[in-house]
Design a protein around this ligand. Structure first.
Ligand code: PLP
Length: 461
């Protein structure tokens, strides 16, 4: 049975498929260690050996057995030594929700492709907008990720800056987007895609914590035609939160669009202790909120949130087969009118399942726990003479260097990855190679952090 239908044989086939898949995943991922030490060559060879579409099919159990190296070769995100990226172990409830997303396979473009789903996504983004302080009229749209949300936010900013840019294209302009030098590279990529060019982005210097310096902002933007100001709530490398309220003031004074990239920091709204740190986000014209980072959802799950859904009319495109005006008059909603995509996943379903299964209290605790853990990791690094903490952690990233040159730090990172002992982050901060822990796992203990730091020191040789 290939598809789920009303035939009971298809129900049994689905149960079997889920059960053998769960067994294979538990065997590959439910074991200790961040990754198996398969070499890069072995991983490439495994993929090259696989015939993607053999002439005859095979039982799923066999297919999964054939893919054993692929599953074994995956990062194990639940391990406390997997700390490289903003890439969480997903909530089990949300993973179960992924099955529901796949099986329902609603397409979030037209009401007649997603009748119940449309209202669920609409309700979820309206709730998210309220949680981010955007008010009762707040709304938005789900996207593939922070990159897509930032692009959409900046598209709205660009289209507001000129006269009917959408129809006529860009006029000659001197438009500038201002973001910190530590803002995510998707801001520059968006500027390029939007026809403004990467050089339209003014990268403002950051202070020692990694947050945008307001003095530097004022100096860098004097006399410039600023159409958009981007505040980052949780930078990629240092987790720093820009002074959002002060940036909102500057945006207001200049009549510029205020976009907050809270891809990292949006989860802080869940914690009564942390939420005040985002003050100013409620004044944003658009907010990027990634749920596949500090909300522990599997990819993809992001939202672009706005204080008023009408703002998204800037991307509305009338289509003869999807958003027919006569149907909308009947109270139907066609989300294609808010999105840069056409067919789109019902990611809101897994999010809803996971949030309801986990509950607000536990989610708030999880946020508090990972932030406390990051503080502890900072202290533990500061106490080790071989390691140098770059700055006190603001959220969940902890950046540091091993004593010695860039080469030493590169070697530590490579050695830990290749041996499968730890998967830590490596970046460059103010030009220098830096190691980084991104702590997203609330079950990681202080003892785990101490053991990981010992491992890092020993990898230096
Ligand atoms: C601050 C920030 N914004 C945007 C993004 C892009 O998000 P995504 O990878 O979901 O596209 C990232 C990714 O890490 C990020 O750190």
């Amino acid at each position: 049975m290939e598809f789920l239908t009303s035939d009971p044989a298809s129900h049994a086939a689905l149960r079997d498929a889920v059960s053998v898949t769960v067994d294979a995943l538990v065997a590959a991922l439910g074991v200790p260690g961040p990754r198996s030490p398969l070499s890069t060559e072995a991983l490439a060879a495994t993929a090259a050996r696989l015939d993607p579409c053999p002439p005859d099919g095979a039982p799923l159990e066999q297919v999964l057995e054939d893919l054993r190296d692929v599953l074994d070769g995956s990062l194990r995100l639940g391990d406390p030594r997997t700390v490289a990226h903003l890439h969480p172990a997903p909530l089990i409830a949300s993973v179960a929700g992924e099955l529901a997303v796949g099986l329902t396979n609603q397409s979030m473009d037209a009401f007649d492709a997603s009748p119940a789903a449309t209202f669920v996504e609409d309700a979820l983004v309206r709730w998210l907008a309220r949680e981010h302080g955007l008010g009762d009229a707040g709304s938005g749209v789900m996207t593939m990720g922070g990159t897509a949300s930032n692009l959409l936010g900046l598209l709205l900013a660009r289209d507001r800056a000129g006269e009917n840019v959408r129809a006529h294209g860009l006029p000659p302009n001197d438009w500038r987007i201002v973001a910190s030098e530590a803002s995510h590279d998707s801001i520059r990529r968006s500027a390029a895609l939007l026809g403004l060019g990467t050089e339209a982005v003014i990268g403002v210097e950051t202070d020692a914590t990694g947050a945008m310096s307001l003095d530097a902002f004022d100096a860098a933007t004097a006399g410039r035609h600023v159409i958009a100001i981007v505040g980052t709530a949780g930078t990629t490398d240092l987790g720093a939160i820009d002074p959002l309220d002060a940036l909102a003031d500057r945006a207001e004074r200049r009549g510029a669009w205020f976009h907050v990239d809270a891809a990292v920091g949006s989860g802080l709204v869940l914690s009564p202790r942390q939420k005040p740190r985002l003050k100013g986000i409620e004044r944003a014209n658009s907010v990027t909120a990634d749920l596949h980072k500090l909300w522990w959802q599997p990819f993809s799950a992001s939202a672009l949130l706005v204080p008023d859904v009408d703002v998204l009319k800037a991307v509305h495109h009338a289509s003869v087969y999807l958003n027919r005006p006569e149907d909308e008059a009947e109270g139907q909603l066609n989300l294609v009118g808010r999105s840069l995509d056409t067919s789109r996943r019902f990611d809101a379903l897994k999010v809803l399942i996971a949030l309801r299964a986990t509950g607000r209290r536990r989610l708030a605790e999880m946020i508090d726990e990972v932030l406390t853990l990051a503080r502890y990791a900072g202290e533990a690094i500061a106490q080790r003479p071989q390691l140098q903490l770059l700055t006190t952690p603001s959220t969940v990233m902890v950046a540091f260097r091993h004593a010695g040159d860039d080469e030493t730090n590169i070697r530590i990172h490579r050695e830990l990855f290749a041996s499968g002992r730890a998967v830590i982050g490596r970046t460059r901060i103010k030009g220098e190679v830096s190691l980084k822990l991104t702590l997203l796992n609330p079950h990681t203990t202080r003892a785990d952090i101490d053991a990981l730091l010992d491992e890092i020191v020993s990898a230096a040789g």
